[in-house]
Ligand binder design. Structure first.
Ligand SMILES: [Zn+2]
Length: 218
């Protein structure tokens, strides 16, 4: 059974590859930001609290994140999971270890999607999204048929998160808070490096063969 954590800079392709892994290996995918949004949509008391933080543009405190995660992880424990967007710092990683070991479990591996900052910048700054069908393009790698229009004729726009300053801020947060996890998991013998500078298909191949060998070590 797979219990995976996906680690990597924003723009490293964790979301895309996480979806591939989930589909191919039939394992539930837990994306932290999505779990928080789902909790808000559920209208629960916890959801209301989360909504309050989000609306003020504040980070949701760890103890609330843990409550959401505890519930969802318990639901999928017997089927395994692919975790994306958590842990983001050492304290959260230690929480996850404790949570799993109390249940007699441990992580199978941590996939580190290794890619440099300039590649991430190109990927994120080049992103254009269609207003009507939601399809996304990349100016550099996967250009739309026209600078202004999607294939479907819809207008293209750049998400406000994809501007240079915001991307840099997210990269700084990764470097300061999340990158210590690379050594943390390396020391535990759990870290597997994936060359995430390749294109989507190339990364997928590497990810699939890595997971296959994790499932049937020879
Ligand atoms: Zn479109």
């Amino acid at each position: 059974m797979l219990r995976l954590v996906l680690l990597g800079r924003p723009g490293a392709g964790k979301g895309t590859q996480g979806a591939f892994i989930s589909e191919k290996f039939k394992v539930p995918r837990l994306v932290m930001s999505e779990l928080l949004k789902e909790e808000v949509r559920s209208g629960s008391e916890l959801g209301e609290t989360i909504k309050g933080y989000m609306e003020r543009g504040l980070l949701v405190p760890d103890d609330i994140v843990y409550q959401v995660l505890e519930k969802r992880l318990s639901e999928v424990m017997e089927r395994g999971f692919v975790l994306d967007g958590f842990p983001r710092n050492l304290e959260q990683a230690e929480w996850l270890d404790k949570f799993l070991s109390e249940r007699g479990r441990s992580l199978t591996a941590v996939l580190f999607f290794d890619v440099d900052e300039l590649t991430v910048l190109r990927r994120m700054m080049g992103r254009l999204v269609c207003e009507s069908c939601g399809r996304s393009y990349n100016v550099f790698y996967d250009p739309p048929p026209d600078a202004r229009r999607c294939e479907c004729g819809g207008k293209l726009y750049q998400r406000s998160d994809d501007c240079y300053e915001k991307i840099l801020r997210r990269l700084d947060v990764f470097n300061e808070e999340t990158s210590p996890l690379i050594k943390y998991y390396e020391d535990k013998g759990l870290l597997v490096r994936i060359d995430a500078s390749k294109d989507v298909e190339g990364v997928r191949k590497e990810v699939f063969s890595t997971i296959s060998s994790l499932l049937s070590p020879s």
